[in-house]
Each structure stands twice: as structure tokens, then as C-alpha cells.
Ligand binder design. Structure first.
Ligand code: ZN
Length: 437
């Protein structure tokens, strides 16, 4: 908790987001297929009626990539000679390798082993494994069960279809007074895992609903729910000109559900408005946050910040991908995320967006320090005890020079931008400040 207190995210909305996550958790999402469509349809029905769902045909080019065939899964299991199921898609969709091609045959243990994935260091976790661009099949099981497998015959069944279809994504454009826009991007391609990344899906949905309810937006909001990597490439390739021209800040919303940590992923070169505002609020409200290097990136900032694209995109996360033991395993379940974790992440992002909306340059309307005392804004009786508040006001005024924007001013004065803005409003209503042109 920072010097200026906890974020105090709205618990009611936290419970609501957790409920969405609970309902979406069982769906078998992948980069294409029914799980993504069902997830997006749920969001449109429950949270965002204006969500536009888009289908992009397999084979469509996206920069150096193509939309792959669509994957559908109906069932998958391994059965031993006694009929016992070693792996079962119906128990957990993590137990089959994502994008597995169909198979239905008897194999011996040595052959089966070549298609099994487990984590010796986490013997009770089922790992999350995919093979989108190289055709294969496989199963993921706990290492504890794998060690118990006896030589013999195993019946492997994967009932899937890999055929031309489409990739599904969703977008919501919320127009503002300005064409300049803020990007919110989250990914909807992970099967049953909570922090990475159902938390990102539900927090983005709640944030989008909140922004949609605001009637007087300054900026336009571009909010996208896409499969990671290929979805970002497809989306960027279709909207590159607009996004490059208009984006002032963007956030990849991922890993925002637990309460154990705060983390930050900068843009590729750092120093953008998104970097400034995110770091500003993290320093004030989560000062012990982990500042990752762009070399440790792991999500769609890989596309949004790639050379030449270079959008001002960052991530504010809780326990970040690769940075927590349950990451990409069956242990990243609903017990890891909490209503409060989701609510505080939402509140953090909301404060960032609010500060961006208010981020203007202000200047004094007079030369010299204005006389605050006669306006009731400064103690007339000079004493040491009364000094701090007066000093704050004078410090704010000292940098209302038409050059510092709200976030820079807040950084310079050492106040969170949301607290500082209350002073700005008061000083402006007293006629001492005006917006710089
Ligand atoms: Zn992931």
C-alpha cells in the first residue's frame, strides 16, 4: 500500500467480475474455434451489448503470418487396458495439447511418452501446452500420474477438426470528442486458467462498460478482445494506419486477478505517455511493484511495440506471466484470483484512464504567486504547522507554466494525479489557473 492509501476497488464490481470469470472458466478457448466465440458471445450478452464480433477467414494474411485453420475439439482421452482414463478432456481442457490433430489408435507406453507433457518440478500441475503452427497431437498430465504409468497398450482418442474456418475477435469503439484514442487490448485464447488470462478478459469488459457509460469522453476508446499474437497481428494489419495516427496510450490487460503483486511492462523504448501515467500510479499506489524489462515481454506488446509499429502500449499487471509458479498450469485456477484483486486492478486502470482524460497543461493567470490567503486557500496566520498544505498549493502553482501537463505536474509535486486534480479544479474555479492552449 502506497503513501496515499490503498486503491479500494469497488467490491461489488469485483464480485461481478469474479462471477463472469467463474462462468467463462470451463470454456475451451484457443486461438480459433467455439470457445472464443462462446466467450465473446457471453461478453456481448452479459456486459457489452455493443461489442462487434468479427470473423477473419483462415488463410488471411497478417503481415508475415496467416490466419491458421480453425480448431474444434469434441473429446480427447487416454484409456489404459483396464479402461481407466489417464487423461480426459472432459475433466479439464488443459489435458489435451491445444490444436492437437485428430487421432484414434492403440499405442505402447514408449510411443505414448513421446506425446505426453508434464512438469517434474510441479508433480501435481497439468501444464498448458499448444502447437498452433506445427501439426501434432499430445496430452498433458500431472507428473505424479505419468510416473505411475505401466508398460502396456493405451488407447488414445482426440476427436478434433482442423479445417479452414475463421479467427474470431471482438472490438468496441467508443467515440470521444477527439479522434485521438486509447487502446485497451486483452486476449481470449487461453483455456481454463484464471490469472492468465480470464482476469484480463473480465477486467477489460468491466473497464469497457465503465467507459461506455461515460457520456463525455475526451478520447476515443478502442477496446479489443483478440486471440494473443495472431489476433493482435490480424487486428493491427487491418487498423494500422488509424492506430498509428491516433493512439496516445494503450494497455495490454493481462494477469490482473490475484492480490500477490503488482508488475509493470514498459513499451519497447519506454518514455511514452502510457509509460508515464502507468509508472506514476504504480509508484503512488503500489510502490513495491516489479518493473520488468521489455526483454521479458510476453504478450501482445510484442506486436504493438514492434519496430515501426511502436504504439505507446504498456501493461499494468499483478503477478505477471512467467512470474508466478502457477503460470500456464492447471494451478492457475479460480482460487488464485479474488474479487478484490480484480477490483483493485480495475480501479488502477480507471485511475490511469481518468488521468489521461484530464491530462492538460495549465498556466497561472497572473504573474507572481497569487494571494491565496484572501481566497481562503492559505492560512493567513503564518505558522510552521500550517505550512504543508500551503506549500503544496504553491508548489502546484509554481509548475503551472503551460508546459507541464497534469501527469508531469503530479510527478514534480509528488502527489498522485487524482489528488492533485482536486487542487487544480479548486484553483481553476478561483480563476487562478486556466488551460494552456
Ligand atoms: Zn499465457
Amino acid at each position: 500500500v502506497g503513501k496515499f492509501g490503498a486503491l479500494m476497488g469497488d467490491t461489488h464490481i469485483g464480485e461481478e467480475m469474479f462471477e463472469w470469470a467463474t462462468e467463462l472458466f470451463p470454456l475451451c478457448r484457443s486461438i480459433t474455434g467455439a470457445g472464443v466465440r462462446e466467450t465473446l458471445a457471453y461478453l456481448r450478452e452479459r456486459v457489452l451489448p455493443c461489442l462487434r464480433i468479427v470473423e477473419v477467414a483462415s488463410g488471411t494474411a497478417a503481415f508475415d503470418w496467416h490466419v491458421p485453420d480453425e480448431w474444434h475439439i469434441r473429446d480427447a482421452y487416454i484409456q489404459d487396458a483396464s479402461g481407466r482414463r489417464i487423461a480426459d478432456y472432459r475433466v479439464s481442457n488443459l489435458q489435451v495439447v491445444g490444436y492437437s490433430e485428430p487421432v484414434d489408435k492403440e499405442v505402447d507406453l514408449a510411443t505414448l511418452q513421446k506425446h505426453l507433457h508434464s512438469l517434474p518440478s510441479q508433480p501435481d500441475a497439468v501444464p498448458y501446452v499448444t502447437s498452433y503452427y506445427s501439426r501434432t497431437w499430445g496430452f498433458c498430465i500431472t507428473d505424479r500420474i505419468r510416473r505411475q504409468l505401466a508398460p502396456g497398450r493405451y488407447h488414445v482418442v482426440i476427436d478434433t477438426t482442423l479445417a479452414p474456418g475463421s479467427l474470431t475477435y471482438a472490438e468496441l469503439i467508443l467515440p470521444g470528442r477527439e479522434e485521438r484514442e486509447v487502446l485497451l487490448s486483452t486476449y481470449v485464447c487461453h483455456p481454463s486458467m484464471a490469472n492468465d488470462n480470464l482476469s484480463g478478459v473480465v477486467v477489460t469488459a468491466a473497464l469497457a462498460r465503465d467507459m461506455a457509460s461515460q457520456s463525455n469522453r475526451r478520447y476515443t476508446y478502442r477496446i479489443v478482445f483478440i486471440p494473443e499474437t495472431i489476433g493482435a497481428l490480424v487486428y493491427l494489419s487491418h487498423h494500422f494506419e488509424d492506430m498509428k495516427r491516433n493512439t496516445i496510450a494503450g494497455f495490454v490487460v493481462t494477469c490482473v486477478g490475484d492480490e500477490r503483486a503488482w508488475s509493470f511492462m514498459p513499451s519497447r523504448m519506454g518514455g511514452t505517455l502510457a509509460d508515464s501515467v502507468a509508472l506514476h500510479f504504480l509508484r503512488h499506489y503500489a510502490p513495491s511493484f516489479t518493473h520488468y524489462d521489455f526483454l521479458d515481454r510476453g504478450s501482445d506488446e510484442r506486436q504493438y511495440c514492434s519496430p515501426g509499429v511502436d504504439l505507446p502500449v504498456v501493461s499494468i499487471m499483478r503477478s505477471a506471466y512467467r512470474g508466478y509458479p502457477e503460470y500456464h498450469t492447471s494451478l492457475d485456477d479460480l482460487s488464485l484470483i479474488t474479487p478484490q484483486g480484480l477490483a483493485d486492478s480495475l480501479e488502477m486502470l480507471k485511475r490511469n484512464l481518468t488521468a489521461l482524460e484530464r491530462n492538460r497543461r495549465y498556466r497561472l493567470t497572473c504573474y507572481g504567486e497569487p494571494q491565496l490567503g484572501r481566497r481562503g486557500m492559505y492560512p493567513l496566520l503564518g505558522s510552521k504547522e500550517c505550512a504543508p498544505a500551503g506549500r503544496t498549493v504553491r508548489n502546484i502553482l509554481a509548475y503551472c507554466d503551460g508546459e507541464h501537463d497534469l501527469i508531469q505536474l503530479a510527478e514534480r509535486v509528488g502527489l498522485p494525479a487524482d489528488s492533485l486534480y482536486r487542487w487544480i479544479e479548486e484553483l481553476a474555479s478561483a480563476g487562478l489557473l486556466e488551460e494552456a492552449p
